[in-house]
Design a protein around this ligand. Sequence first.
Ligand code: CDV
Length: 316
Amino acid sequence: MSRHLKIASAQLGPLHLSDTRSSATKRLVNLLREAHGMGAKFVVFPELAFTTFFPRYWYDSQTEADSKFYEASIPSAETQPLFDEAKKLGIGFYIGYAELTQEEGRTHRFNTAILVGPDGTLVGKYRKIHLPGHAEHKPQAAFQHLEKKYFEVGNLGFRVWRFMDTITGMLICNDRRWPEAFRVLALQGAEIVALGFNTPSENLHYPEPPALRVHHHLIMAQSMAFQNATWLVETAKCGFEDGNRMFGHSVIVAPTGEIAAQSLTEEDEVICVNADIDLAANLKRTMFDFAAHRRPEHYQLIVERVGAEVTPAKGP
Ligand code: CDV
């Protein structure tokens, strides 16, 4: 008999600068209860789910940013109700937050996600590796994307965990644009990849139709799920945050590359799928039997070279 897991993507509408952790947590608890009502056992919340998407703002004082946006402990008094409710309902979850931590005698800041088991135990932690944007202030720009200022590159690698009778990996937002990230998870047997995101509808760098940004989001999700024969759950925080729009389109994608569920709003919204975790078995046995067909001896450049260099072949 094939394994099934009811998975929900719990999309958050906007969180403004004036919103508190407590009000965000209340909304997350409501989404959790709604997901529970739909029968969900695993809920995926967004990236940086307790605050507005603050990398859009420049702060001269890092101390001020630390106090406004980062979690020095998770759960904290304000976020604890989410952890309590999930444990009470027996739901496992993924959630993203800004992590402030002291390690090896100094302060670190990471864009982090955790996997929490249905019994409330911390199963896994991932620190975002692909940080988009810039570190310097761009006062002329309509908004900032300061992830390179506010976070260090994650230092925990791409990992998977045995989780609720599946093998589950975590990624965060911009990671979804990099096939390498998915492949490293797939090579460890990932059956579910959970990912939260915040994606501005407007491109900071050049004018791009917002519809095209959604198009890229969807084609990436479908191809990454199919090419790695995994379920993929991508959850947005979206809508107008203090006037700055981010798109929704949270999706649950099957290993066949088909979108099994997709959100329709840019508000708080839950979508849920009874996922057949073994749906990829045929794919993994044939087309994407990695052991039979991959040719890593020809993939060396992928790990040796970072940026593209023009190196034409000599001869035919
Ligand atoms: N939070 C993100 O990583 N957002 C990026 C934006 C800046 C393009 C993304 O890849 O969606």
